[in-house]
Design a protein around this ligand. Structure first.
Ligand code: NAD
Length: 392
């Protein structure tokens, strides 16, 4: 009982204790390890989450895990950011499992990994675990699992939509209508068909390949891909995709480039000022993979100069993106070419049901000692279990 009283008191006194934590001074309390404590960092869904229970990725609906975990006697802590309390849960209350989503990520830095002495498992409810220092997880034998495949169709559909809205100059056309104007030539001067264009994907994994599949009926001139892992011959043949092994040569052949690889040491800043010079003048770029794969300022400059005709995506180098982030308002010389939205392509209600279920089965496997589905394991105990997060 004493222990629970200490914990209760700790909760009430989070700010004081968290300050202790930062200054590194010993707290007056010895914090006990709670049995199988699970910490989830989700996002505040507000009114929408109260009205729509299928918004499972929110604090309010907590991936549908709260009652289930509670019924089994586990401690479940839900926070909306890596705040003082969640740091406390990781460092002093010794949470064993951390659940995060990529949409409103809880960033798990090496510093935090080093302090989270009891952490054994990180679950990404979704796909893409770059918000976790994966090399630190390897070093500290913390496993990192994703719900692989859970939202890949959702993203692939968004990519195709984004390609179309850029190529067809949709956003300025819609804005014109809302303004009450009607000047067809202002829109048509920069609107094209996707048919006959060359489209290439950087990364031809689950999402990249699904994008290629969905583009087949558009009769593009050619579909290309750049990936250190070649597609199986039958898969490449099925979509008639040609692999280009040199990135500069690849981008120089594309009218549209779509980015579909994970963010890791080898892809951070991959699309930078130097690479953008090799793009076809006036190409369109769609990135729903991770914001930091594209250099923020280089992209804004390329759009402003017309080197790019358009940039669209839902991922940002920092999330939530600051109000003055240049990608919110950047435009091409004709005042269009911006298809940016908040990070939601992989979090449709359909996708949320899939990644909530997937997160639960990963957790269930962990808590009951069952083996995990190998395709979900990004970092196993002490090593990477996937080849997708860089060539090592
Ligand atoms: P995947 O593992 O199936 O495929 C990734 C592919 O990228 C692999 O084929 C890999 O070889 C390739 N790759 C890795 N490094 C590369 C490099 N340097 N150059 C070229 N190719 C490289 O993953 P996936 O399911 O297709 O997801 C890809 C990424 O999309 C995720 O890691 C995540 O960052 C992002 N994503 C975004 C959303 C969203 O909501 N916007 C949702 C899901 C996934």
């Amino acid at each position: 009982r004493v222990e629970w009283e200490v914990i209760k008191k700790a909760r009430e006194e989070v700010p004081t204790i968290a300050l202790d934590e930062r200054s590194g001074e010993e707290s007056e309390y010895e914090f006990p390890t709670l049995p199988d404590t699970v910490l989830a960092i989700l996002y505040d869904g507000g009114k929408a989450a109260e009205e729509e229970p299928r918004l499972l990725g929110t604090v309010e609906n907590s991936l549908g895990l709260a009652d289930w975990l509670k019924a089994q006697g586990h401690e479940f802590i839900v926070r909306q950011s890596v705040d003082d309390y969640s740091i406390l849960a990781l460092t002093r209350l010794k949470a064993e499992v951390l659940i995060t989503t990529p949409f409103h990520p809880g960033y798990l830095t090496r510093e935090l990994v080093e302090k989270a002495k009891n952490l054994k498992l990180c679950i990404t409810a979704g796909v893409g675990s770059d918000h976790i220092d994966l090399n630190a997880a390897v070093d500290h034998r913390i496993q990192v699992l994703e719900v692989s495949g859970s939202n890949v169709v959702s993203v692939a559909e968004h990519v195709v939509m984004s390609i179309l809205l850029l190529v067809r100059n949709f956003v300025p056309a819609h804005e014109m209508i809302e303004r009450g104007d009607w000047q067809v030539s202002d829109i048509a001067r920069n609107a094209f068909d996707l048919e006959g264009k060359v489209v290439g994907t950087i990364g031809a994994g689950r999402i990249g390949y699904r994008v290629l599949q969905r583009l087949v009926p558009f009769d593009c001139k050619e579909l290309l891909y750049y990936d250190y892992a070649p597609l199986p011959a039958a898969a490449a043949e099925a979509v008639k995709a040609r692999r280009v092994e040199d990135l500069k040569t690849f981008v120089s052949q594309c009218d549209v480039v779509t980015v579909n690889c994970p963010l890791h040491e080898g892809t951070r800043g991959l699309v930078n000022a130097e690479l953008l010079k090799h793009f076809k003048k006036g190409a369109w770029l769609v990135n729903t993979a991770r914001g930091a794969i594209c250099d923020k300022d280089a992209v804004a400059a390329a759009l402003k100069s017309g080197q790019l005709s358009g940039y669209a995506g839902d991922v940002w180098n920092v999330q939530p993106a600051p109000k003055d982030h240049v990608w919110r308002t950047m435009k091409n010389p004709l005042g269009g070419g911006n298809g940016m939205v908040p990070h939601y392509s992989g979090t449709t209600l359909d996708a949320q049901a899939r990644y909530a279920n997937g997160a639960r089965s990963i957790l269930e496997n962990y808590l009951t000692g069952k083996p995990q589905d190998p395709q979900n394991i990004i970092v196993g105990i002490g090593k990477y279990e996937t080849k997708a997060y860089g060539q090592r």
